[in-house]
Design a protein around this ligand. Sequence first.
Ligand SMILES: Cc1ncc(COP(=O)(O)O)c(C=O)c1O
Length: 381
Amino acid sequence: MSILFNQVILSDYAKEILNDCINTGHFQADGKYTDKVIRFFHTHLSIEKIVLTTSCSHALEAALWLKNIKQQEEVIMPSFNFPSAPNAVLLHRGLVKFCDISLDTLCPDENDMLNRITPLTKAIIPLNYGGISCDLDLLVNAQSDNREWIIIEDSAQCVFSQYKNRYLGTIGDMGCFSFHGTKNIQSGEGGALILNHPDIPLEKAQNMVQKGTNRHQFIQGQTSFYTWVDVGSSYTPSDLLMALLYSQLLEYPEKLMIREQAFNRYQENLSPYIGYKGFIAMTKIPKYNISNHHLFYIRLDNQSTRNQLMKQLKDRNIDSRFHFMPLHQSPMGQRLGYRLDDFPNSRIASETLLRLPLHNHIQPHEVDYVSESIIDILKEL
Ligand SMILES: Cc1ncc(COP(=O)(O)O)c(C=O)c1O
């Protein structure tokens, strides 16, 4: 048996929708399916202000541009991260300030994040990790009314997850989603920017992603021609990709059920073995979250046990993975002046975490095979 880490299989329905889009002959942005995706987010997630982008990385770049980050202004985010958020800051010549994570959630340690705020801080970017979040109210409550610094949720992995009955990505002043091929809902590449900040109008974001033009208003019939009105770039996704995304959104309840069942099965199979042979922890969902079950990980007591386990799983054709390399330890993080021993929890998480196969098509017997293999291998280590 060979167990894939991620698998994408398009349903006949998804192919029908794609074919319909092909038949429209409209492949650029702002077609029928772009509109349907936006309406879906309005109706099902009560998101009023959203623009679709070509990636979460672009959504983060647009968010920092809308906040008007200037040279030397600071943005705080966890080091246990994907490079998109710090890249977005550096592209605006801002200063990247890392913080550490909590080992319970692998999300930012709220106090460490807040303690790093200075008068130069313009934004904090909590990463909602693998379907869950930190205790976001602690961050929101620390904001002053005049919002000297804003919260941009990096919710790349958390579409449809909730915090205290509100969708992740909609709680901070802005939120960013990813629809990359590795995510629960995907269009190969894609993303979205959600706006909640009272002073950032939707129109400004729409112009930004449309090369700084008011083309969106033109398409909506609100102006008779379109022209260059602001600074911007080309961040709008093709309607073909939005057709693919729309089919995934409609099919999501079924996909979520498969993920949730697999997640619960891993938990049931493996929880009796916590404390056994260096297996010390696994994904925990905080009480305040409802997870989209984006991922399931276990943690081992050291890097060597993790690496041996990963290798032996591979020998059994089971694809498990680890991530993230803490960004302060990366070549770029070193160029930014960080020390290797900064942010100890980020290093520990990176060295000891093992992600197990979990995707929209995984079968219960596959989850059982992975779980049994882990226990078998640990017995022999
Ligand atoms: C936390 C986080 N932020 C941002 C990204 C970038 O997303 P995209 O590939 O849509 O740019 C990812 C991708 O995996 C991610 O995990």
